[in-house]
Design a protein around this ligand. Structure first.
Ligand SMILES: Nc1ncnc2c1ncn2[C@@H]1O[C@H](COP(=O)(O)OP(=O)(O)OP(=O)(O)O)[C@@H](O)[C@H]1O
Ligand SMILES: [Mg+2]
Length: 306
């Protein structure tokens, strides 16, 4: 596999007034491959955007270095290989979406017909095509985010650096963007994205790096997390009896909704409870959901490590 981005000991210290300083990033060693979606996860202020701005050359490292597609960065040339979505995208807001994409495309020396084709495809995919002739200043937050993604993708580069791509999107928008990112992966592109949405990481990322206080704590494969043990089962059922017998057997682990019961049980009790349920003719079983350790568990575990 080809390395898309590699950082070596990448560090950033922000110096403030009166000698104050923030170690925003401390010795980051990271390697992202082409064909991979890498999620960067960490609490607010952890150093995610700092890392992304360093890679985009918007700020200079205090120490350490990085390379893009195997080449050590010595000029701005490398940036044409990257599609970048900033944390809070803001654009010349008197332009329309169509004009912005033309402007961005032309800075990458794209032909007009190619810009037009790609713009149409992206605006349609991101469902803002109808608004393409309106000035950006009239866009809602989610529409701006979609436009931000369109401008990151317009020149069809090999690598994508996306700072919270799902931020501000409605559920349908999130699905669109997820699919778009998966499509990039299927074309062999590399995606480096920061996010706070654990579910998005679990569903689309290949690996996740967890960063806290500027330090990369762990890199894990999502596949390994999802295959980990089931810690409990949630069983949802309804009963014509208001106090089904089964609740006496498994006291204290149930909750009642309007017309269903929920029972949380340990994995070893599953067979026993299913047999009890099958014997009770008042009960209708609706759902059995395994709860796995998952990313949330891992993330809180790492946060709580001293
Ligand atoms: N220009 C700056 N000057 C001083 N400190 C800065 C600057 N930019 C970032 N920082 C500090 O660096 C640390 C990391 O910030 P960063 O923006 O990288 O966090 P983040 O992980 O992206 O957080 P969030 O999830 O809130 O976006 C924070 O303590 C922040 O206050
Ligand atoms: Mg950030």
């Amino acid at each position: 596999m080809e390395t898309a981005i590699k950082t070596e000991g990448l560090s950033k210290t922000f110096k403030g007034k009166k000698g104050t300083q923030v170690n925003a990033l401390i010795g980051l060693n990271l390697e992202i491959q082409k064909g991979e979606i890498f999620g960067f996860l960490g609490p607010n202020g952890a150093g995610k955007s700092t890392t992304i701005k360093l890679i985009m050359g918007l700020i200079r490292p205090t120490s350490g270095s990085f390379s893009v597609l195997g080449l050590t960065v010595s000029s701005d040339e490398y940036k044409k290989h990257i599609g970048y979505l900033p944390e809070n995208p803001s654009y010349y807001d008197y332009l329309t979406a169509e004009e912005l994409l033309h402007f961005v495309g032309s800075t990458f020396s794209m032909e007009t017909t190619e810009i037009e084709q790609n713009s149409e495809h992206l605006l349609k995919t991101l469902d803002i095509y109808e608004s393409r002739k309106r000035p950006i200043k009239s866009y809602s937050k989610g529409m701006l985010q979609r436009l931000g993604l369109a401008q990151a993708l317009i020149h069809d580069p090999e690598i994508f650096v996306l700072d919270e791509p799902m931020s501000g999107l409605d559920p349908i928008g999130r699905i669109l963007v997820r699919n778009l990112i998966l499509e990039l992966k299927s074309k062999g592109k590399a995606v480096f994205m920061s996010t706070h949405i654990l579910n998005d990481i679990e569903t689309i990322c290949d690996r996740v790096g967890i960063i806290i206080n500027g330090e990369l704590k762990r890199i894990v494969k999502i596949k390994d997390i999802l295959e980990k043990d089931i810690i409990s089962y949630d069983i949802t059922f309804s009963s014509t009896n208001n106090e089904p017998e089964i609740l006496n057997t498994f006291k204290g682990q149930f909750s009642k909704r309007v017309d269903t019961f929920n029972l949380k049980i340990l994995p070893q009790d599953l067979t026993k409870i299913l047999s009890n349920i099958s014997k009770d003719k008042d009960i209708t079983l609706h759902l059995i959901q395994p709860e796995r350790k998952g990313l949330e568990h891992l993330f809180t575990e790492i946060i709580n490590e001293k």
